[in-house]
Design a protein around this ligand. Structure first.
Ligand SMILES: Nc1ncnc2c1ncn2[C@@H]1O[C@H](COP(=O)(O)OP(=O)(O)O)[C@@H](O)[C@H]1O
Ligand SMILES: [Mg+2]
Length: 278
């Protein structure tokens, strides 16, 4: 039976979280609302919720197949997905392959500067405080997470970066940076939560360097809707292409190809998305 959304548990900037009949699960509904600069800038991007739901559903299913535990269970509709209910660790993990945004201004380094090694940063998820930076001791001393959880989050973040960099690469996009959230499920397991989408990643066209992400909204670059839909179109088109992934020795990869029965739902979603010019 298809799970139905019941009580609204939380309404955030980009999504609503609903209870459903199973207490261990929640339904996430993706909205078109867009915010930036800690919600000082507000607006809306037509069909963003549909694109972000589709992108996140596809990438979380692929990450699970790659060996990363996530909250994702099933896409329910154009804007809704069924996920495991987690206790969110209030620590946001940011992975940076190239300098951009606040990193560039903080250190006065040009956007696009290649970061070697890859930078992993983490901050306290708190709108009231403007997501201040953390280090491990601060996070542990404030009781936000324990050391083992932080270690596991950084390990997952590195694996996720390997997968997503290759995955966006075959879609003609460079993954510049991204933000992750994690949480603990009913069984005590740490899992990737929240979303991965053009709201939470910087994605630049591999050839032209054009930005196909939320910076178009933040910086009033225009073509925001088109950029989000272009990301989805490219991911959809490149699904199943072989990825050039680094070898790991610390976890088993299945490298399952997510086609066959899964693609039916994706086709339906794709058909529901407006075409450029509609
Ligand atoms: N699996 C999950 N279980 C419970 N809460 C979740 C889960 N995944 C994400 N969340 C939380 O739900 C909210 C999603 O809505 P969003 O609009 O992104 O909120 P925010 O404005 O806090 O960023 C976030 O606060 C996020 O931490
Ligand atoms: Mg959010």
């Amino acid at each position: 039976m298809r799970p139905e959304p019941r009580e609204l548990l939380y309404e955030g900037k980009a999504k609503q979280v609903f209870a459903c009949d199973d207490a261990d699960l929640v339904i996430v509904r993706y909205k078109d609302d867009a915010t930036a600069f800690n919600a000082q800038k507000r607006g809306s991007v037509a069909e963003k919720g549909v694109v972000n739901n589709a992108v996140a559903a596809m990438l979380y299913a692929e990450l699970e197949a790659y060996g990363v535990p996530t909250h994702f269970l099933e896409q329910l509709s154009a804007r809704e997905q069924l996920v495991r209910r987690l206790t969110i660790v209030p620590v946001e993990v940011i992975v940076r392959n190239r300098a951009a945004g606040t990193f560039s201004s903080r250190y006065a380094v040009e956007e696009g500067f290649l970061l070697d090694p890859t930078v992993i940063e983490w901050c306290y998820k708190s709108d009231a405080l403007g997501d201040p930076p953390l280090n491990t001791a601060t996070a542990v001393a404030l009781g936000l997470a324990d050391e083992a959880q932080l270690e596991a989050m950084f390990d997952h973040a590195a694996d996720i970066n390997d997968y997503l960099s290759a995955r966006f690469g075959v879609a003609g996009l460079e993954l510049i940076d991204f933000k992750l959230e994690f949480g603990i499920d009913a069984a005590g397991e740490l899992r990737l939560a929240d979303e991965i989408s053009p709201d939470t990643c910087r994605l630049w066209d591999l050839e032209s360097g054009e930005r196909l992400d939320k910076d178009r909204f933040r910086r009033d670059l225009g073509g925001v809707e088109e950029a989000y839909q272009e990301v989805w179109r490219r991911l959809r088109e490149s699904q199943g292409r072989p990825l050039d992934l680094p070898e790991h020795d610390d976890f088993e990869h299945e490298h399952e190809r997510l086609d066959g029965e899964d693609s039916e739902g994706l086709d339906a979603l794709d058909a529901a998305l407006p075409r450029p010019g509609d």
